[in-house]
Design a protein. Sequence first.
Length: 303
Amino acid sequence: MSVLCVFVSLWFVEQCANNSVPLLKSGIARARHAEVVGRIMIFMNEPILQVEHLSKSFGGIQAVRDCSFDVYEGSITGLIGPNGAGKTTLFNLITGFLQPDSGRVFYRKKDITGLEPFEIFRQGIFRSFQITREYKEMTVLENLLLIPEKQIGEILWNAWLQRKAIQAQEARNIEKALEILRFLGMESKKDLPAKHLPGGEKKLLEIGRMMMVDLDLILLDEPGAGVPPGLQQKVLNYIKTLAQEHGHTLLMVEHDMDVIMNICDRIIVTCDGTFLTEGTPDEIRSNPAVIEAYLGTPYEANE
Ligand SMILES: Nc1ncnc2c1ncn2[C@@H]1O[C@H](COP(=O)(O)OP(=O)(O)OP(=O)(O)O)[C@@H](O)[C@H]1O
Ligand SMILES: [Mg+2]
């Protein structure tokens, strides 16, 4: 039945785009066409990440409680919930920074529960931190250059045997890092020790680290917090493009509802350490359970 609905929706969108439905003849409607088709298609994709019955306690505090949800490949999924709902703990459990008391995490159907963070990174999963974790004494540029894996110069004897290859690879990485810093408006800070960056720019540095590697699944914990509004929009547009054009999947924690409602295809709501509900932004904004647990009032966009 749901497959039939998906095909009827796709047919309708195609008809709109072909101007056979007068309601959607405008240019704006045509521009939205690709996005709408993309969003419908996402729900036909396989889950890339499956969280099954995760639980985690810290002493007497049950931070995550029998929590289960799926994230679909190619989606931009929002993870929202009140302060202390267990969102950051969930990220830590998924990416190996914490071990669950019970439950499992599957990435592309492979059980990754209990793997070390570096092993999970190698699978293609990147996460940013709510409280940034830059290498404080290293410069901004060095913080970016650390990220790419398989650097030839990491093997000692290559310093003699593959000198030219090392130099060429380093030059490529530096060029890419400088390009990223230019994009983020931080090129002038490239030689500054990262500890001297203001909070918003430390957040941007996390985004920059993400941009240094080709990723499959990206988990972002409040990427916009502390970033100046103009730049926040630029970064979020970049994130959206990553998912839409390059097929990366994003799971994003954010308290800014304008960001979540505008950027996400799907939203998962957590409360008291567990899954509360999920749906499209339209479904979530007026869901009585979400209003009671988190939003307070039905969400209305800020014009
Ligand atoms: N390392 C820890 N030791 C003890 N308690 C912890 C630890 N980490 C998290 N907690 C507690 O677990 C609960 C969930 O915290 P978590 O940081 O996961 O929530 P959150 O949803 O990310 O909140 P926020 O929206 O404020 O970032 C909170 O009560 C928090 O105080
Ligand atoms: Mg958090």
